[in-house]
Every structure is written in C-alpha cells, then in structure tokens.
Design a protein around this ligand. Structure first.
Ligand code: FDA
Length: 306
C-alpha cells in the first residue's frame, strides 16, 4: 500500500486530475487549514496562543520554469514580512525543487540566500526540506554553501538513508540547524533502511550523536521532526542524562497529526513547532501523508463518502 501511494504521488497524470475533485479537496483539509496563505497565518496565530511555534511551507515541487521559482521566492519574501508584521514565531521550510533546483542550481542558491537574509531581519531560520535521494548530495552541498554565508539556514536530514550519519558528521563543523526526520520517499535498500525497526534505531542513533555534539559545546540547533512520541521520550531521556536542558532540542510536527501530543509537549515545557502547509499544489505532498499511515486512506474515503 505504501509503495502504491508513493507511486501515485509521482504520477503526473493523477497530479493533473485528483486536485480538481471536490471530494479530494475536502479530504486534504485534515492536513492543511486551507490553500490560502491567510489560512496558514491565522492558524499560526492560534498556535502562538498555545505556545506552539510555526513553520510555513507553500506546497509545490519540481517547477519546470525559472519564472515559477522566481514567483515562489517572491511569495516567500512577502510571507516573511507578514509573519513579522503579525509577531508570529514562524519560520520557512522550503523545497529546493520549488526554487528551480532541477533547472539552475545557482539560481536556487541565490533565492535561498535572499530568503535567509530577509528571515534574518526577523530573527528566524530558513529550512531546506529534503526531497528524494536523487537530490541529497546536491542539497547537502548547497546547504554548505548557503550556511557559509547565512548563519540562519537549516537543513532536513532523513534517518532512513544510510549516508545520513556521515552527513551529520560532515555538517557539524558548520554549527548547523538540523531537522531530523524518518524520510517520506520510496528509496531502495541499497541506500536506505527499509524496516521500521532499522529506521527508528538509526533515528535514535543520529539524535544521540547530535545531542552529544551539543553537550560537547557545538552550537547545533536540533529539531526532532517526528510524531513518534516513544522515540521523542527516549531522546528527551538521553538529553537529560547528558545534563542538557529541555530547551536543547525542539520538536517539530505536521499540522493535523498528533495535535494532542503537540499541545501536551508544549504544555510540558518543550519547544514545539508545527509545520503548516498551504497552497493549491498539494497533491504529491498529500499522497506522502497517506503513505505514512495507510489507515489514513480509510479515513480519507470515509470523509469523501460521508
Ligand atoms: P511514524 O511514521 O513512525 O509515525 C509515528 C506515529 O505518528 C504513527 O504511529 C501515527 O500515530 C502518527 N503519524 C505519523 N504520520 C502520520 C500521518 N501521515 N497521518 C496520521 N498519523 C501519522 N520527510 C522528508 O523526506 N523530507 C522532509 O523535508 C520532511 N520534512 C518534515 C518536517 C516535519 C516537521 C515533519 C514532522 C516531518 C517531515 N517529513 C519529511 C516527513 C517524515 O519523513 C515522515 O515521513 C513523517 O514524519 C512520518 O514519520 P514519523 O516520524 O512521524 O514516524
């Protein structure tokens, strides 16, 4: 089921058609407050009252023309101003292929630089999302160049990839901001752990390496990007054993998933950030959310029927 859903996520034919179905548009609302940026901003304001920070992502990937990348960058610059004007503790999470990575890498770097510069004026980080393994090496290399010029750049690394332990060691000297996630794409066994047990074990090992670096005095910002509360508790216990405070790492989750836990963890004193997606190009992203938990398909069908 997971592989089928991830194949559907990549299908251009389905991407053209499914988003036009009113029933599908209704189902996606479970994972996004609305398509308009205003819906995301309003949700972030509500989170602020619950001591939950926000990450904003305008859905879209693999743009085919540089004009689209320029428009996306322009949109995000305006959004950063809106975030600042409303006093929202909000940061951006951006896909490189949304900023022209398939067409012109220098143009992508320049857009990321402009976003980081604007975000720095408001004191926030700009995060690079991590896409499929076709991009990993180039994304890590671009992050190294971006980070050399902009202290407030962060990157997402995927625990299912065998290479990630080496990437963590490669990036640590840069005092990076790293969001650790399990990984959402369909990757072959040659380069990725495929079983849940292996992915979780690698996630814990990577988080422990990051906490160890932090305990040793490295200025690494650690974001634990998972809804796996058991894993979060293990990581919190490890941080505690290292003598680190509750603020040594933050927890990032997606809008619509384990909201009860997001509120509970924020109330318990952890730094929690919720990633709020918006925009009309939600199809592949939504399919990856369904693939993460195939029971979601039943939920979506029930919403469509009911
Ligand atoms: P796991 O899949 O083990 O889920 C743990 C529990 O969380 C489940 O038992 C279930 O209760 C709940 N849950 C998880 N996913 C759910 C879903 N879709 N619907 C309902 N319940 C669900 N990936 C990537 O490859 N590149 C990226 O840039 C990012 N960025 C990113 C940012 C943030 C803030 C988060 C939280 C996640 C990502 N991801 C990502 C996605 C990530 O790789 C992963 O696919 C999802 O987080 C699901 O895995 P969990 O870590 O939650 O664990």
């Amino acid at each position: 089921m997971r592989r089928l859903l991830l194949w559907m996520a990549r299908s251009a034919w389905l991407r053209e058609r499914i988003p036009h179905l009113p029933l599908a548009r209704r189902a996606v609302r479970r994972f996004m407050p609305g398509e308009a940026p205003e819906a995301a901003l309003a949700q972030a304001e509500a989170f602020r009252g619950q001591h939950i920070g926000s990450l904003f992502t305008r859905l879209g990937e693999n743009v085919g023309r540089l004009e689209e990348a320029d428009a996306t960058a322009q949109h995000y610059l305006g959004l950063l101003d809106d975030i600042a004007a409303r006093g929202i503790p909000g940061e951006l999470s951006v896909k490189l292929t949304q900023l022209g990575f398939d067409i012109d890498e220098e143009c992508t770097l320049s857009h990321m630089g402009r976003l980081a510069e604007r975000a720095a004026q408001h004191g926030g980080v700009v995060w690079l999302d991590m896409e499929s393994s076709a991009y990993t090496e180039r994304a890590v290399a671009l992050y190294e160049r971006l980070k050399a010029q902009h202290a407030n750049a962060g990157i997402c690394l995927q625990a299912y990839l065998r290479r990630t332990a080496a990437d963590v060691q490669r990036l640590l000297p840069l005092d990076p901001a790293i969001r650790l996630v399990k990984g959402a794409y369909d990757e072959p066994a040659a380069i990725a752990y495929r079983s849940r047990r292996e992915v979780d074990a690698n996630y814990a090992a990577l988080a422990i390496a990051l906490l160890g670096a932090r305990a040793a005095g490295r200025a690494v910002r650690i974001a634990i990007g998972t809804h796996d509360v058991t894993l979060i508790e293990q990581i919190a216990a490890h941080a505690d054993a290292l003598g680190l405070s509750q603020q040594a790492f933050e927890i990032q989750m997606l809008y619509g998933i384990r909201m009860d836990q997001q509120r509970r963890l924020a109330t318990a004193g952890y730094q929690v950030r919720d990633l709020i997606a918006y925009g009309p190009a939600w199809y592949p992203w939504y399919m990856r959310r369904l693939a993460e938990r195939p029971a979601n398909v039943i939920f979506a069908l029930r919403q469509i029927v009911g």
